[in-house]
Design a protein. Structure first.
Ligand code: GLV
Length: 321
């Protein structure tokens, strides 16, 4: 019997590739950039499974091409906004993701961003490297405290809750906005549930943790940024399109908010000549909130196990559809 064929769209997690190779015929895309569409169309038409990354565009054409061959597309990510799940479902193709695993790492990174923008960590580092630290004078580096401040969590899922846990050590007062009330978390962490407008207007740090979908695209635009205080900071580790970057650029340039720290942009990578890249009151990291070595590897292995379970007709650890 011929072995099922798997196409892996990047050679990123050797442990996952080895696991797949122990059972299947595996082909790995050798470039660091996503395979072009014609490659995805071709592989979809001859493979049983694709292990993909968050920036592979798995659209209806790809799913149509794989409708008689593909059993599963397993994304090594928690977000699946890059996959047309409806088109997959209607063709009987299973989509899986890797929820849960990255929550602690993303929460760590959220605090790294909060501290970095509030206490001018990245700015200070840039000044030292540029040879501008020539006199012992703290005044250009005066930041904003984090402890004791008001933190607003937009989207209280796994990641949002881990951020709340960390905020306890910083003695923060926490507000959250979520479609569904989370009474257990409210009681456990003494959270206040408020609507988005209220959260934006009262919180010192606003941190976004929603999935990207039609309801959350551009959820932070000009109107929302105008609700924030001049002394407040915006943090985004979710998906770039949740924040309108033009509106954010204006808010920062006009001093309507104190700063922003974003791990995600739209587009990604953000062009080097984008006005935000040259703003002083922003920290931008290259979509690495989940990227500790351990979490990166665990997500790869989980994505491989989703494929193995699907093709062996075992219970699938994390199906999306
Ligand atoms: C990373 O951005 C993910 O969705 O896992």
């Amino acid at each position: 019997m011929t072995k099922p064929k798997i196409f892996v769209t990047r050679a990123r997690v050797p442990e996952a590739i080895e696991l797949l190779k122990s059972q299947f015929t595996v082909e790995v895309w050798p470039e660091t950039t996503p395979p072009p569409k014609h490659i995805l169309l071709e592989k979809a038409s001859i493979c049983d499974a694709i292990m993909s990354e968050a920036d592979d565009q798995i659209d209806e054409d790809v799913l149509e091409s794989g409708k008689s061959t593909l059993k599963v597309i397993s994304t090594r990510a928690v977000g699946f906004n890059n996959i047309d799940v409806g088109a997959a479902t209607s063709r009987g193709i299973i989509i899986t993701n890797t929820p849960g695993i990255l929550a602690e790492s993303c929460a760590d990174m959220t605090f790294a961003l909060i501290l970095s923008i509030a206490r001018k960590v990245a700015f200070g580092d840039r000044e030292v490297r540029a040879g501008r630290w020539t006199v012992f004078d703290q005044t250009p580096y005066l930041g904003t405290d984090v402890y004791g401040k008001k933190l607003g969590i937009v989207g209280l899922g796994d990641i949002g809750e881990k951020v709340v846990k960390r905020s306890i050590g910083f003695e923060m007062e926490v507000f959250y906005h979520s479609r569904t009330a989370k009474p257990e978390a409210e009681e456990k962490y003494r959270l206040h549930r408020v609507d988005l407008d209220n959260l934006l207007s009262i919180c010192d740090y606003v941190s976004i943790h929603v999935p990207l979908n039609v309801d959350t695209e551009n959820m932070i635009g000009d109107r929302e940024l105008r609700l924030m205080q001049k002394t407040s900071f915006l943090i985004n580790t979710s998906r770039g399109p949740t924040v309108d970057l033009d509106a954010l650029t204006s808010a920062l340039n006009e001093g309507r908010i104190a700063g922003a720290a974003i791990d995600v942009t739209h587009p990604e990578p953000i062009p080097f000549n984008h006005p935000l890249v040259n703003s002083e009151n922003i920290v931008i990291t290259p979509h690495i909130a989940s990227a500790s070595k351990a979490t990166f590897t665990a997500m790869g292995v989980a994505a491989a196990k989703n494929i193995i379970a699907t093709l062996n007709h075992d219970p699938i650890p994390s199906p999306v559809n």
